[in-house]
Design a protein around this ligand. Sequence first.
Ligand code: UDX
Length: 435
Amino acid sequence: MNITIIGLGYVGLVNTLFLASKGHNIFALDINKNKVATLKAGKTTIIEPHFQELLTEYSNNIRFTTNHKDALRNANMIFICVDTPQGNDGSVNTTNFYNCLATIKESITNDVSIIIRSTVPVGTNKLTCDYFLDSPYKVDIISFPEFLSQGKAFEDLTNPMRLVFGVNDQKGVQIAKSLTTLFDIKKIPVMITTPINAELIKYASNSFLAMKISYINNLAQLCDAVGGDIDKVSTGMGLDPRIGSSFLNAGIGYGGSCFPKDTNGLYWIANNNSIKMDLMLSTIEVNNSQIQYFLNKIYRRFRSLNNLNIAILGVSFKGGTEDVRNSQAIPIVKALLEKNANLFIYDPLAVDNFIPLFSRHIHIDYPASIEDTLKNADFVVILNDSNEFKQLTAQFYIDHMKNPIIFDGRNLYRLEDMKNVEYHSIGRPSISKRK
Ligand code: UDX
């Protein structure tokens, strides 16, 4: 079977590598010439566990290209993996997706199955079917949303929690079944449903997880107000399997390329269908408010930040990724710069992506080690949950800071381990005095 993957971001690249590792021959198409050149040269464009090794090992099974005619001429199966970014009004921008359909329509030379892996608004499968009605070829459209998390994209694809397919007819059911064998994944729930349901399941899942995070963050604010400890509260809640313990970590809120876009997208889709989804509005509002809530903790402790040196650990939207898209760190860094602070930022994975956002600001320095980042700092601010930061101990901060004052935006440490430093986190009592 000739498989073509269109769009070589996270979703496209991991699908390419995974299918190539299963012995399939893949055409991998992207319009970005630099990206394709890098991949052709055997270098991964995304920092993810296994990506480089897989690329090296299976590059013979992959033809990376920018030439859509070559990539689509004899394709039997086409995976659409292009991004659908958020529009200015919270809408879902499907321009790349529809450009991609136009390219497919003008380039295919036989019957094909189109597999939609991009996150697309409800009704897109139907619109795609309509779009190909006048094609001389039979085009089957299958919705096959992906649920991978950055930092463990390959693991999530190899070992998914479920496969969801949206199909239009019996032929679609067969294609969905052949996809499960193509992926060679066994013993996981497979759901074959209508395209509308599959499209909804993707938005509903991401938005539900985002809602859990905002719920726990809102509760964290309440814990601060009444003297509770959000870690204990979320642990106690999570013991109920109906609630579950995951995605109940309080902090400065969610960022990244999915949750902010998909919560807004679901709200927008509902609104377009005259349904009020205020839960989504609240989820988004709470998430945005966490940034100011965290900053206020700093502002209450330090009346002025003028000329203070602040160490920042972690600027990607979560640990283990180089991705800074919609990172909570961006507005926080901006706010601290507006207070005339000097920032020392450490995030070895994300630094190259972060530097251009502040165009080498004279009040930002990027030391090469945590030790150098901390050494002249008046206090340190932790913004993501990188394993490297999780492993640090109170003693480490004592050893490397003049005065160990920590603002932890991700609640990385147990309070009992931080007794000898000044430690502020979210939804938990501050440890204010060094003993
Ligand atoms: C998410 C979904 O998990 C995945 O299934 C979907 O396909 C794409 O979107 P991802 O964006 O990679 O994946 O990140 P995820 O690990 O879900 O974290 C999203 C954000 O929420 C991060 O900023 C993270 O720090 C934050 N988060 C997560 C919390 O603040 N608390 C939590 O308990 C969990």
